[in-house]
Design a protein around this ligand. Structure first.
Ligand code: SAM
Ligand code: SF4
Ligand code: F3S
Length: 479
C-alpha cells in the first residue's frame, strides 16, 4: 500500500468515513443553529486524534462540526510536513478555502499541526493564506486566538511544550463509526532520525498519565467501542513517573492495564521503534488475547550503513533479531513496515538489502516512500540528497512490487484459516456483506448473517485472497 499524502496515514479514515453511523453523528451536531466549524486532517493518526481534541475544545466554545465547508464559519486544516508533497496538498486546499471567502467574507481559515509549527507566521504574512496559525501544543489557546482574530489581531500560537498531553480533554469522536477509536498516549519525539521533521514540529517526547489513558479506554468501551489504538511516534519508549515518584509505568505495563479494561476491547498500538521494542512488551502481547497480534515496526532501510546515516540507532542484525523474537514469542503475529527509497548516498547493493529484508520479514503491509529532503532536518544540513529522482522512483517501484508479491503470498497462506473478526460495518462492495478485521489487522469481507451487527465479534473462514483483500464466510465459533 502506498502512503497517500492526500488523505491519511493509514487509510483508516477512509474506512471510517464510509460508515453511516459516522455521518449521522456529524449531521446531528450540524443542524443546531450554532456557529459551525469544518476540519480536514492530513498526515498521521496522531493528527486525526488531535483534530478530535480540537473539536472538543471548539464544542466547549459553542461551535458545532459540519461536513460541508460551504456552511462553515470556521475552516481548519490539520497539516503534515513529513514530505514536500504533503505540504503541497495543503497549500492547494488553502486556496480552495480562501475562494469561499468571496461568498462569505466573515469566514475564518486556520492552519493547525505540523505545517503551522514548521512555517509559523509565513503562511499568514508571506503567503496570506490563513487567519489563524496554531501549533500542535497550543490547541487550548484556540478560543482566545479566535477572539483575537475577530478583534482584528493576529491569531498565532506555535509554542511547543514539554508537558502538554491534553490528558484531561475528552476528544469529540468526529468520523467515528462508534467501534474503532484512537487514544494518544504520548506526544513529540526525541529520536532525531536525520530525515525526519517530526522532532521539530512536535517537540520533545512526553508520556501521558496512564490513569487518564485507562479512563479513556474504559469510557470508549462503555460507549460501545471495541477496537482502540494507542498512539505515539514511538510507543515503546512510553515512560511515566507519578508526581511523588513512587510509581513507574513503561509501555508493557500500560498495555497490560489497557488490556485489562475488558477482554472484548481489542487493543492495538502504533508506532513501535525497533530499538525500543522489548521482550517484555512481546510477552505482554502474547499473554492477552485482546492485544492484537500485529506490530508496525518500520525498518526504513535494510542496510546498516544507511540506517546509521539515518540515525536509526539499530543495524540490520538488530532489526532481524527483533523480528526473530516477535515470531518466537508471538508466532501468529503480522508485522508491517515503513520504507524510504533513495536516501542520501544509497547504492544499488544497499537498496537490494531493503528488498532482501522485506523477504526475510515477510511484511503483511508497508507504507513506502521515496526520500524527500525536509528543510531544517539533520540530513538536509549534513548530507547530500544525491540520488536522482528517477532512480528514487524506480527503487520505490521495486519496493512496492516486492511488497505486492509478498502480500499476495502471505494472504494466500490465510486461505482456509478461521479468524475471530470484529464487524466494523458494511463492506465497500455491497450492503449485503460485512467487513471486519482480524487480530492481524487484515480486513475480511463476508456475507451478513441475521442477528449480527457492527461491534459484534464473529468467526470467519477465509475463502479467497488477493494482495490487498480477503473474502470469507461466517462459521461456527472456534474455542
Ligand atoms: N515514528 C515513526 C517511526 O519512527 O517509524 C514514523 C513516523 S513518520 C511520521 C512516518 C514515516 O514517514 C516514517 O516512518 C518514514 O518512513 C517516512 N518519512 C519520514 N520522513 C521522511 C522523508 N523526509 N522522506 C520520505 N519519507 C519520510
Ligand atoms: Fe521521525 Fe524517527 Fe521520531 Fe519516527 S522516530 S517520528 S521517524 S524522528
Ligand atoms: Fe505529519 Fe506531523 Fe504526523 S509531520 S506524519 S502530521 S507528526
Amino acid at each position: 500500500m502506498l502512503y497517500d499524502d492526500n488523505v491519511t496515514l493509514t487509510g483508516i479514515k477512509k474506512e471510517i468515513d464510509e460508515t453511516k453511523q459516522g455521518e449521522a453523528l456529524f449531521y446531528d451536531y450540524a443542524d443546531t443553529g450554532q456557529r459551525k466549524f469544518y476540519i480536514e486532517s492530513y498526515g498521521c493518526a496522531m493528527n486525526f486524534s488531535d483534530s478530535e481534541i480540537v473539536a472538543s475544545i471548539l464544542a466547549q466554545e459553542g461551535y458545532a462540526p459540519t461536513r460541508e465547508m460551504e456552511t462553515a464559519d470556521l475552516i481548519l486544516i490539520n497539516t503534515c510536513s513529513v514530505r514536500e508533497k504533503a505540504e503541497d496538498t495543503v497549500r492547494n486546499r488553502l486556496k480552495v478555502f480562501n475562494n469561499l471567502k468571496t461568498k462569505n467574507p466573515a469566514l475564518l481559515v486556520g492552519v493547525l499541526g505540523c505545517m503551522a509549527e514548521r512555517l509559523k507566521s509565513k503562511l499568514m504574512e508571506q503567503e496570506k493564506l490563513v487567519d489563524l496559525v496554531v501549533g500542535p501544543d497550543a490547541y487550548r489557546d484556540l478560543p482566545n486566538l479566535l477572539t483575537r482574530v475577530e478583534d482584528g489581531e493576529k491569531g498565532i500560537n506555535v509554542l511547543l511544550s514539554r508537558e502538554e498531553t491534553y490528558a484531561d480533554i475528552s476528544p469529540l469522536r468526529l468520523d467515528s463509526n462508534g467501534i474503532v477509536g484512537f487514544i494518544s498516549i504520548m506526544r513529540g519525539c526525541d529520536n532525531m532520525c536525520t530525515f525526519c521533521v517530526v522532532p521539530f514540529t512536535r517537540g520533545r517526547e512526553r508520556s501521558r498519565d496512564p490513569y487518564s489513558i485507562v479512563a479513556e479506554a474504559t469510557d470508549l468501551y462503555n460507549r460501545g467501542f471495541r477496537d482502540i489504538t494507542l498512539l505515539g511516534q514511538n510507543v515503546d519508549s512510553y515512560k511515566w513517573t507519578s508526581p511523588d515518584e513512587t510509581e513507574h509505568v513503561n509501555f508493557a505495563h500500560l498495555l497490560e492495564r489497557v488490556a485489562q479494561v475488558h477482554p472484548d476491547l481489542r487493543v492495538r498500538f502504533s508506532t513501535s521503534h525497533p530499538k525500543d521494542i522489548t521482550d517484555d512488551v512481546l510477552y505482554t502481547i502474547a499473554k492477552y488475547e485482546n492485544i492484537c497480534k500485529y506490530i508496525h515496526l518500520p525498518v526504513q532501510s535494510g542496510n546498516s550503513r544507511i540506517l546509521k546515516l539515518m540515525n536509526r540507532t539499530y543495524d540490520r542484525e538488530w532489526y532481524m533479531d527483533r523480528v526473530n523474537a516477535i515470531y518466537r514469542i508471538i508466532p501468529d503475529c503480522a508485522i508491517s513496515s515503513d520504507m524510504i527509497a533513495g536516501f542520501c548516498t544509497e547504492t544499488e547493493e544497499e537498496h537490494q538489502e531493503t528488498i532482501s529484508m522485506m523477504h526475510f520479514v515477510r511484511y503483511s503491509m508497508s507504507y513506502m516512500f521515496y526520500y524527500s529532503e525536509r528543510p531544517g532536518t539533520l540530513a538536509a544540513k549534513k548530507l547530500v540528497d544525491d540520488i536522482p529522482e528517477e532512480i528514487k522512483k524506480r527503487r520505490l517501484q521495486e519496493i512496492i512490487d516486492t511488497q505486492n508479491q509478498i502480500s499476495t503470498e502471505v494472504n494466500a497462506q490465510d486461505k482456509g484459516k478461521i479468524f475471530k473478526v470484529l464487524i466494523e460495518g458494511d463492506s465497500k462492495r455491497s450492503d449485503k456483506e460485512f467487513k471486519g478485521r482480524n487480530s492481524q489487522n487484515k480486513m475480511i469481507n463476508f456475507p451478513k448473517k441475521e442477528g449480527l451487527q457492527p461491534g459484534d465479534y464473529t468467526w470467519v473462514k477465509v475463502l479467497e485472497t488477493t494482495s490487498a483483500s480477503m473474502r470469507g464466510e461466517i462459521v461456527e465459533p472456534v474455542n
